[in-house]
Design a protein around this ligand. Structure first.
Ligand code: OXD
Ligand code: MN
Length: 625
C-alpha cells in the first residue's frame, strides 16, 4: 500500500513545508515517494483499480499501461500558464503575467481542501545526473498517482533526490488536480478541474504552483516548469543556459564523434532526430536527450550540455518503424501510453504507426472505432512516457555529470518556402539572430489553422520564464564570454521545404544524417569536438567535404559538399532546396521587423544590426527583382 508516512529526510525546511501544505490541502493521507520499483508497481496498480489505466498485453508491451484522460485535459494549456514576477516587465511580451500576490491568493483558495479524500504524494525529484554541478532538486506535492508514476520515469525520483538534497534548498512545486472527494463520493477515472486550470511560476521565489490539470507539462512540474522556465531564471543569474533542445552524438565511420544541440518547435520531429537511424553506412547518431539541454561553460572554454531528464515524454502519432525505429524498439516495455488507441489484442495504436489502420480499435476516449467512423483513433497529442535508458541508441555519456561538449547548435522549423535545407551562420551574433527569428508553420493537428507562420524564438516561446528580449541579450553575451574559436557553430535547418508541385523536396527521416554529416565536416577541424581531419572522411564527394559558399543569408554547402550519393534526388530538387529567393527574403525581413516591435527597447541593438546586415547583403539581388 502507498502510505509511507515516515519522512525520508531530516531536511527541516522540507519537513515543515510538507506539513504546512498538507494542512492546506487537507489530504486524507500522505505518501513519501522513495522511487522504488515496488512503489511504481503500486502506483500503476492504483491507477488500474481506479479505472485510470489498463494493463496492456505483456506479450506486446511488457509492464506497460494505457491511460485515458478526461477529454478536456489533453495538452499543455499555454493561455493558463503564468509568469508571476513582481514586475510585468520581467515576464515580457511573450508570457502571460499575473501579480504574484493576487495569484497566490487565487491558488490559495483553490488549493484549500483540494486533496480531501485523496493521498498526497511527496515526490522528491532530481533534474540532471547525480553529482552534476548543474543538478537541481525539486519536490512536488501532488494528488495524482499518474503524475507520481510519470515523475518516476521522467526524473530521478525518490530517495536519490533526497540524498542529493541533503539540507539544501529545493524548488517547491505544488500540484493538485482540483477534484476533492467528499465522504462516500465515488472517484472518476481522470479527476481534473479543466475550467480553472492555472500553471503559475514565481521566478523570484523559484516556486511552481499548478492546479486543475493532470496532463503533461501542466502537471509533470520537473519538465517545462522547472527545467525550462524556472531553470532559465536560475541560469541567467548563475551564468549558464536552460534550453529547449535535444542533444545528440554524431560519429563518422572512423569512430570520431561530435555532439550537437538542436532547437525545434513542436511537430518538427525533434524526438525523431534525437535518435535518428542513419541512412549513411558507418555514420551513427546516439541520443543524449530529446527535449531539454542545460548548458554551461567548461574549464576548457567549451560549452557543455546535459539532459536534465531521465525519460522521454514523446508525441506518439507519427512515430513508426519508418520515422523512428529506435523509438519503436524502446516502446516495447515499461511504458505509460496516454490517449492512444487500443487494439483487440491488448496493444496500442496511433495514426501513422502502420501503413493502414487495423480493422477495429477502441479509441482514446474508450469508444469502439473502425476506419470509416470519421474520428481519430488516438488523440493528436497522445504520448508515450518511457525511460531514457531503454533507448537502443542512448549515448554512453548521457549521464556524465559534466555533460557533453557541444560543437554545433541547430535551429529548425517547418517552412514550406524561403528557408534552405541547411545554412551556417557567419558567427555567434548572426547565429543568435537565426535563433531569435526562427519560425515554423503551424500544423492542422496542433492549431486547426495549417500553414500559419509563427515566430518561435529558440523554440522557447512558451517556455522562457523571463523577458524574451533579455533572453536574446544573454545569448549575445555568451558570444563575448568565450573565444570565437571555441564557440559552437550555429546552423539553420529545414527538412520541410516544398517544391512548386507542393511535394517535399527532401526525403527527411534517416536521410537527414546527410545534413548532419556536412555539419560534422564543417566543425570537425575546429578543435571543438572530434579531431576528424576532412581528409580522414573518405566518402563520395570527399573532395568537397565540409566546404561552404557564402550567400546573403549564411554559408550554404558548396556544390558537391552535401553527400547525396545513392539518393535518388533530382538535381532540380537540390537547386530548389538551396535557392535563396530575394523576394521571399524581403518578405521574411519585413516579418522579422514586425516581430521585433513587441520587444521595444529590450530588443538588443545587435539584433537590429543583424537584420540590417541581412538586408544590406540582399541589396544587390533585391535591385534585380
Ligand atoms: C513538448 C513540447 O511536449 O515541446 O516537449 O510541447
Ligand atoms: Mn518540448
Amino acid at each position: 500500500m502507498l502510505t509511507n508516512t515516515t519522512p525520508l529526510t531530516s531536511n527541516r525546511g522540507l519537513l515543515d513545508w510538507v506539513q504546512d501544505k498538507a494542512a492546506l490541502f487537507q489530504a486524507e493521507s500522505i505518501h513519501w515517494c522513495d522511487g522504488s520499483e515496488t512503489e511504481y508497481q503500486a502506483l500503476c496498480g492504483l491507477m488500474v483499480r481506479g479505472g485510470t489505466a489498463l494493463r496492456l498485453n505483456p506479450q506486446k508491451r511488457f509492464n506497460s499501461i494505457l491511460v485515458r484522460t478526461d477529454a478536456r485535459d489533453v495538452a499543455r494549456v499555454e493561455e493558463r500558464t503564468f509568469i508571476c514576477s513582481r514586475s510585468p516587465h520581467d515576464a515580457g511580451p511573450t508570457n502571460n503575467w499575473r501579480d504574484p500576490f493576487a495569484m497566490k491568493a487565487l491558488l490559495g483558495r483553490l488549493f484549500d481542501g483540494a486533496m480531501r479524500g485523496r493521498t498526497l504524494f511527496v515526490v522528491p525529484f532530481l533534474m540532471g545526473p547525480p553529482g552534476s554541478p548543474l543538478a537541481r532538486v525539486g519536490v512536488q506535492l501532488t494528488d495524482s498517482p499518474y503524475v507520481a508514476a510519470s515523475m518516476k520515469i521522467m526524473t530521478r525520483m525518490g530517495q536519490v533526490a533526497l540524498d542529493a538534497l541533503g539540507d539544501e534548498d529545493f524548488v517547491p512545486c505544488l500540484h493538485s488536480v482540483g477534484y476533492p472527494l467528499l465522504p462516500g463520493e465515488e472517484d472518476v477515472p481522470w479527476p481534473c478541474d479543466p475550467e480553472r486550470i492555472v500553471v503559475a511560476h514565481f521566478p523570484e521565489e523559484r516556486q511552481i504552483w499548478s492546479y486543475g490539470s493532470g496532463y503533461g507539462g501542466n502537471a509533470l512540474l520537473g519538465k517545462k516548469c522547472l527545467a525550462l522556465r524556472i531553470a532559465g531564471v536560475m541560469a541567467r543569474e548563475e551564468g549558464w543556459l536552460a534550453e529547449h533542445m535535444l542533444i545528440l552524438g554524431l560519429s563518422n565511420p572512423a569512430g570520431e564523434k561530435i555532439y550537437l544541440a538542436a532547437a525545434f518547435p513542436s511537430a518538427c520531429g525533434k524526438t525523431n532526430l534525437a535518435m535518428l537511424k542513419s541512412a549513411l553506412p558507418g555514420w551513427k547518431v546516439e541520443c543524449v536527450g530529446d527535449d531539454i539541454a542545460w548548458m554551461r561553460f567548461g574549464n576548457d572554454d567549451r560549452l557543455y550540455a546535459l539532459n536534465p531528464e531521465a525519460g522521454f515524454f514523446g508525441v506518439a502519432p507519427g512515430t513508426s518503424w519508418r520515422s523512428n525505429p529506435h523509438a519503436m524498439e524502446m516502446l516495447r516495455a515499461n511504458t505509460i501510453f496516454t490517449n492512444t488507441a487500443l487494439t483487440p489484442d491488448g496493444d496500442v495504436w496511433w495514426e501513422g504507426m502502420t501503413e493502414g489502420p487495423p480493422d477495429k480499435l477502441v479509441d482514446w476516449t474508450g469508444q469502439e472505432w473502425t476506419p470509416d467512423c470519421g474520428r481519430r483513433a488516438a488523440h493528436p497529442n497522445a504520448r508515450f512516457t518511457t525511460p531514457a535508458r531503454q533507448c537502443p541508441v542512448i549515448d554512453p555519456a548521457w549521464e556524465d555529470p559534466r555533460g557533453v561538449p557541444i560543437a554545433a547548435i541547430l535551429f529548425g522549423g517547418r517552412r514550406a518556402a524561403t528557408v534552405p535545407l541547411v545554412y551556417e551562420a557567419f558567427d555567434w551574433a548572426h547565429g543568435t539572430f537565426v535563433g531569435a527569428t526562427m519560425a515554423s508553420e503551424t500544423t492542422a493537428a496542433s492549431s486547426g489553422e495549417a500553414g500559419r507562420l509563427r515566430r518561435d524564438p529558440f523554440a522557447m516561446l512558451p517556455f522562457c520564464g523571463y523577458h524574451m528580449g533579455d533572453f536574446f541579450a544573454d545569448w549575445l553575451h555568451v558570444g563575448h564570454l568565450l573565444p570565437a574559436a571555441s564557440l559552437p557553430r550555429v546552423y539553420a535547418v529545414n527538412w520541410f521545404r516544398k517544391g512548386e508541385d507542393d511535394n517535399f523536396l527532401w526525403p527527411g527521416f534517416g536521410e537527414n544524417v546527410r545534413v548532419l554529416k556536412w555539419i560534422f565536416e564543417r566543425v570537425a577541424d575546429d578543435g571543438n569536438g572530434a579531431d576528424a581531419a576532412q581528409a580522414g572522411v573518405a566518402q563520395p564527394g570527399a573532395a568537397q567535404a565540409g566546404v561552404a559558399q557564402p550567400s546573403a543569408i549564411g554559408n550554404l554547402p558548396a556544390p558537391g559538399a552535401l553527400d547525396v550519393a545513392g539518393l535518388d534526388l533530382p538535381a532540380e530538387n537540390l537547386r530548389q532546396l538551396f535557392a535563396v529567393n530575394p523576394g521571399e527574403w524581403q518578405h521574411e525581413a519585413q516579418d522579422i521587423l514586425d516581430f521585433y516591435e513587441m520587444f521595444d527597447d529590450r530588443l538588443p541593438d545587435e539584433l537590429h544590426d543583424e537584420l540590417e546586415s541581412l538586408l544590406a547583403r540582399m541589396k544587390p539581388s533585391l535591385q534585380m527583382v
